[in-house]
Design a protein around this ligand. Structure first.
Ligand SMILES: Nc1ncnc2c1ncn2[C@@H]1O[C@H](COP(=O)(O)OP(=O)(O)O)[C@@H](O)[C@H]1O
Ligand SMILES: [Mg+2]
Length: 334
């Protein structure tokens, strides 16, 4: 940045190439690697022994309910929170080994909540954040990337929720990051604003920026992420491609039902075509290969017990069903 007749002039430079491979080893360094991370707050273990390895260019999702430890995890990876134990390597470097500034310049961080100065315009806000970084695109280009060009002269206070989130994204990409961290980027947005945000993230994926996002929206994880770690109570309880996680249920369709009191569900597991059964508070969830084959068998089992259905619905299996099967709870129960 240079001062020029009272105006801030940002000098755009290309970032020099950084080490990309392990020494003595031709494999590319992973973007993010952590081992046995633990972070406690008093009696609460927010992160409870976390191992992750995320290759460059991947869009990786941490999916879990409120309180699962997602924010604490990303804050540790971003170097703004310190684990009680465990190791973190970001682009091959560790925090606190004399290279924090250089490392920070290669990361883009969107915190779970961002408070901007309300009286500043979009352009002034992005310009301010841009001035903290030596390398990166021009302010105009950043604003165009997040589709706020029409709002460039609007004050922050007059932006909609979706526009504010896109401004937060703009501020995260001012340094042309190699890794972009997004903590619950679409929480509280209406469906249309969420869709627009997803399109922006998809554009980053195409540019092979490594993206790590946290969410409690399974649709978001399923749509955007190459791989998803389902997190609960500080631990990763499943990690795979979204489609593989759903396939792990054994059936692509789900039957959700409730029977009048006194129902004994032990026979459900052995009904032909049923691959998994979960029950919570009297609601049953079956993963099945073909709804039409299982339904008559289920109805006759209920009749055999002299009971009747209270309700029943079917749907395509989702990551939410995976979470329910693993924990007996819904993602949004907490
Ligand atoms: N600064 C803090 N002090 C005390 N407890 C905290 C703090 N930050 C997070 N926690 C607790 O750690 C757990 C994980 O929180 P968090 O990482 O924010 O989860 P998530 O982002 O998945 O909602 C929660 O039980 C939360 O209350
Ligand atoms: Mg959080």
């Amino acid at each position: 940045m240079q001062r020029n007749e009272g105006k801030i002039v940002i000098v755009t430079q290309e970032r020099p190439d950084q080490g990309m491979v392990n020494e003595g080893d031709s494999r590319p360094l992973p973007a993010i690697r952590c081992r046995s991370l633990i972070r406690r707050y008093g009696d609460v273990t927010a992160v409870d022994g976390l191992d992750l390895e995320i290759p460059r260019g991947e869009c990786f999702g941490l999916l879990g309910p409120n309180g699962a430890g997602k924010t604490t995890t990303v804050e540790i990876l971003e170097g703004i929170n310190t684990p009680d134990s465990g190791s973190v390597e970001i682009l091959g470097s560790r925090w606190g080994e004399g290279n924090d500034r250089g490392l920070r310049e290669r990361l883009g961080v969107q915190l779970q909540e961002t408070r901007f100065a309300e009286r500043l315009t979009v352009e002034e806000t992005v310009g301010l954040f841009r001035s903290f970084f030596r390398f990166g695109p021009e302010v105009k280009e950043i604003i165009r990337t997040v589709e706020l060009t029409e709002k460039r002269s609007t004050r922050v206070v007059n932006l909609s929720g979706g526009q504010k989130q896109r401004l937060a994204l703009a501020c995260a990409i001012v340094g042309d990051p190699e890794i972009l961290f997004l903590d619950e980027p679409t929480t509280g947005l209406d469906p249309q604003a969420r869709l627009k945000f997803w399109e922006l993230i998809e554009a980053f994926r195409k540019r092979e920026v490594t993206v790590m996002l946290t969410t409690h929206y399974m649709e978001e994880a399923a749509r955007l992420c190459d791989r998803v770690a389902i997190m609960d109570r500080g631990r990763v309880i499943a990690l795979d491609r979204p489609s593989a996680l759903v396939e792990s249920l054994g059936g692509r369709q789900m039957i959700e039902f409730r029977v009048a009191e006194g129902f004994d569900g032990t026979a459900l597991e052995s009904l032909p075509g049923v691959s998994s059964v979960s029950a919570r508070n009297g609601d049953y969830l079956l993963a099945v290969s073909h709804v039409a084959e299982v339904l008559p068998l289920l109805m006759s089992e209920i009749r055999r017990q002299g009971l009747h259905l209270v309700n029943l619905s079917t749907h395509q299996a989702t990551l939410e069903d995976v979470f329910i099967q693993l924990t007996g709870r819904k993602l949004r129960d907490v």
